[in-house]
Design a protein around this ligand. Structure first.
Ligand SMILES: C[S@@+](CC[C@H](N)C(=O)[O-])C[C@H]1O[C@@H](n2cnc3c(N)ncnc32)[C@H](O)[C@@H]1O
Length: 358
């Protein structure tokens, strides 16, 4: 057994492999910041629309400084986000890169993720302080790019799966929504899930609640812009106190694990559901054991959880379920909140979709 202070022999190949990984991570972190700039300034869209381009052409098309653009393009090509043709000195996007980086209507669009990473990185000093002194950081205290980024990052998945497979996986819910039902979407953020449901089920009536006032203002605007304001009402409310309408469906999209009082939120959902109503709870596809998180998804979720989800709950002295809460932890809180039935209705590589009934 090694004793404290003993020098353990180093395997040079393993050392180089590990250092290579670390340098790759340095590059990835810096490239993520540059990808955020590319999203904000429309650099990817310009390459997709007008490529292949030289740095000077891209700068001219986007009214940006050529010297920065030239450096940015080298970084992006080194990371595999754009392609480079050495013979012509031009950069382009493959069809796959173009869809993932520019097509907001595609389920493969990942552009919102760079906003999320940028905003969570900005929270580092606050979270470092919380490591030492306790407490946390509320959702609403983050850089506002978190709210836009979350909407842009999650919306493609909801657009692809919510109507096509998640609602149909629940017991008898699709029929009710088609005929005309009452739905409350809790922790709705900018309301993308609420609006997608309202567009699909015009006979139903929807309420979206979130305790972050600025998000609700944006959600109200989104409802007007999407032409569903006649059947969607967004309001500021805490998950454990939102108004009672005896709903047929209460939904929680990627928010229960963030909450200061997830049990109170489930208790309120059970109280305000009609007797045969259902709750739809969408949660990250976390590992059910610690080691099941040791992959790229678990790395991303646990990182976001440390910087945002866990810290929101800890700021409220909550149980801090976090984004890598195993299925058993979600089940426990839902059943403790007053539901008697809980099952995994379906799943995607990124999410578990649960149904709870009274
Ligand atoms: C990760 S975001 C998800 C937003 C939205 N559901 C989506 O999928 O785009 C979590 C949301 O939960 C909201 N939230 C957290 N705790 C809440 C509470 N106690 N009551 C109401 N909303 C809450 C936050 O304000 C934030 O908008």
């Amino acid at each position: 057994m090694a004793t404290a202070g003993a020098i353990r022999p180093i395997n040079e190949d393993k050392m180089h492999a590990f250092l290579g990984k670390v340098v790759g991570d340095f590059g990835a972190a810096l490239s993520s910041s540059l990808a955020y700039i590319g999203q904000k300034l429309g650099l990817y869209k310009a390459i997709a629309g007008d490529g292949p381009v030289t740095p000077a052409e891209l700068a001219q098309k986007t009214s940006t400084n050529e010297r920065y653009v030239r450096e940015w393009l080298i970084n992006q090509a080194a990371g595999g986000y754009v392609d480079y043709d050495a013979a012509s000195g031009r950069y382009s996007l493959s069809p796959e890169q173009a869809v993932a980086l520019t097509d907001e209507a595609s389920p493969f669009f990942v552009g919102g993720g760079f906003f999320v990473v940028k905003s969570m990185t900005a929270a580092v000093s606050r979270i470092e302080d919380a490591f030492k002194n306790g407490g946390g950081m509320l959702w609403g205290e983050h850089d506002p790019d978190l709210f836009v980024g979350t909407e842009r990052f999650f919306r493609p998945g909801y657009a692809a799966h919510l109507i096509a497979s998640w609602i149909p996986a629940l017991t008898g819910v699709e029929e009710k929504l088609k005929a005309g039902a009452k739905v409350a979407d809790i922790g709705c953020g900018h309301g993308s899930s609420t609006i997608i449901m309202a567009q699909a089920y015009p006979n139903s009536r929807f309420w979206g609640f979130d305790n972050h006032e600025k998000s609700i203002e944006t959600a109200q605007q989104r409802a007007k812009d999407s032409g569903v304001a006649d059947r969607v009402t967004f309001g500021v409310a805490n998950a454990s106190e939102f108004p009672d309408q005896q709903y047929d469906l209460v939904t929680f999209f990627d928010c229960l694990h963030d909450m200061g009082d997830p049990k109170g939120a489930c208790k309120r959902a059970a109280e305000v559901l009609a007797p045969d109503g259902s709750a739809l709870i969408v949660e990250p596809m976390a590992g059910n054991t610690v080691e099941e998180n040791f992959n790229i998804i678990g790395r991303t979720f646990s990182g976001a959880s440390t910087l945002c989800c866990t810290s929101n709950s800890l700021a409220l002295k909550g149980p801090a379920l976090g984004a890598v809460a195993p299925e058993s932890a979600i089940r426990e809180v839902v059943l403790a909140g007053g539901f008697s039935q809980f099952r995994r209705a379906t799943e995607t590589p990124f999410n578990r979709i649960f149904e709870a009934r009274k």
